[in-house]
Design a protein around this ligand. Structure first.
Ligand SMILES: Cc1cc2nc3c(=O)[nH]c(=O)nc-3n(C[C@H](O)[C@H](O)[C@H](O)COP(=O)(O)OP(=O)(O)OC[C@H]3O[C@@H](n4cnc5c(N)ncnc54)[C@H](O)[C@@H]3O)c2cc1C
Length: 355
């Protein structure tokens, strides 16, 4: 994106500007066009352009965006990531101007229309949304924000450093990441498919929201963001149930002629879903319930075999459990698969005790 009228500058002070710039380039290459020249990194995406330069032991940031909304979204995305990269180390971030928006521009209040089971363990919630346009053909992922039961929602705003100011205490929201499975523009509706994953002794608030959803329940979606529809003639899709909504959407929106191969791990045959596409799709379903005792890495083994058979023109899309994703990512890196031709993300983490 070139022409831009909305500008903002910022100064970030990390412990090591060089390391942070490296991390920025490494991370954003999957979400933006990244150009690196010595101490300057330029990130171009549909939100606009970010120029980040090491100067006087600081990172000088210049944002250049087509609208006021994309400017604030770019600022927030960058701020959230920079604080994440800094982890526990000292880090400061200041901007030339405070935000001029009262609400997050990509926050959409939604209302539950209905909910039903697609398969025994996949529950679809249909939401109405005043403006579904941002969800059409774009990034697929959202943060679902659910207010505490029986309380009017208090939605997040901005912090001075650009990060999101989340409501706290009795207004604290449940926040989970999901995929927009489909957009029904005519009806102004969005579908989200929630895996019902019983975790013994541990609560599953995201899954429970879908289980208990009733018409009229209010929530909000923050996004869409990260995770667009891959553009390639040949796409290899690998994932488990948490990725099935995304895989189904990619297949549904792939242009005619696209060659798609999908390897999808589900519990058993009853969890399989018919996948619509205008492309040519070959699906291999893996049934966890039929694995021999002790087999834990069937998806990873099948993924590696498929990646070995994929050429450099194939877009490799992978989403599943964190450890499995790391193994597959290491394998892809070792094979020197082009970073721009892959999306590799973990969607959940095994054995996280949130009790
Ligand atoms: C970009 C992205 C898109 C996603 N899209 C979807 C989607 O469309 N549909 C969907 O169902 N999920 C999706 N997920 C995964 C979802 O965010 C997680 O599964 C989330 O942890 C569910 O929240 P929860 O409150 O139900 O469980 P949590 O409170 O997060 O976890 C409770 C327990 O359940 C376990 N657990 C969590 N997820 C799973 C799982 N998938 N299988 C088995 N055990 C699990 C955890 O290890 C933990 O012990 C997506 C994640 C990402 C990052």
């Amino acid at each position: 994106m070139n022409a831009a009228n909305f500008k903002l500058s910022g100064i970030a002070v990390p412990v090591s500007p060089a390391d942070m710039l490296e991390e920025i380039c490494e991370h954003f290459v999957e979400h933006a066009e990244v150009e690196r020249k010595d101490d300057l990194a330029v990130l171009r995406s549909k939100l606009g352009v970010a120029r980040i330069r090491i100067e006087n032991a600081q990172l000088q940031i210049e944002l250049d965006c087509p609208t006021r909304e994309t400017l604030h979204m770019s600022r927030t995305i960058l701020a959230e990531h920079l604080f994440y990269f800094a982890q526990d180390q000292p880090f400061e971030l200041t901007w030339s101007e405070p935000t001029s928006l009262s609400a997050l521009p990509n926050l959409h209040e939604v209302t539950v229309v209905s909910a039903h089971d697609v398969t025994p363990h996949m529950r679809r919630v249909i939401f109405s949304c005043t403006n579904v346009t941002p969800f059409v053909h774009g990034d697929m992922h959202v943060r679902l924000l659910v207010p505490p039961k029986g309380k009017p929602p208090a939605w997040p705003g901005f912090r001075e450093d650009g990060r999101i100011a989340w409501p706290e205490g009795e207004n604290a929201l449940l926040v989970r990441v999901y995929t927009i499975r489909a957009v029904d523009s005519d009806r102004g509706e969005l579908w989200i498919d929630f895996l019902q994953h019983p975790a013994p002794g541990v609560s599953t608030p995201g899954a429970d929201f879908a289980r208990d959803a009733r018409p009229g329940d209010v929530a909000a979606l923050l996004g869409p963001g990260a995770g667009g529809l891959p553009e390639a003639r040949s796409i290899l899709l690998i994932g488990d149930e948490s990725a099935l909504p995304a895989i189904a959407r990619i297949a549904a929106e792939a242009p005619p002629g696209t060659n798609l191969r999908a390897i999808i791990e589900v519990e058993d045959k009853a969890e399989e879903q018919p996948l619509q596409t205008d492309g040519v799709l070959n699906v291999q379903w893996l049934h966890r319930a039929s694995y021999p005792n002790g087999a834990a890495d069937v998806l990873v083994s099948e993924a590696k075999a498929a990646i070995e058979g994929a050429d450099g023109e194939t877009f490799v899309w992978v989403a599943c459990e964190k450890t499995d994703v790391r193994t597959i990512k290491t394998f892809l890196k070792a094979r020197k698969h082009d970073r721009r031709m892959m999306y590799v993300a973990w969607y959940w983490e095994r054995d996280v005790n949130n009790a």
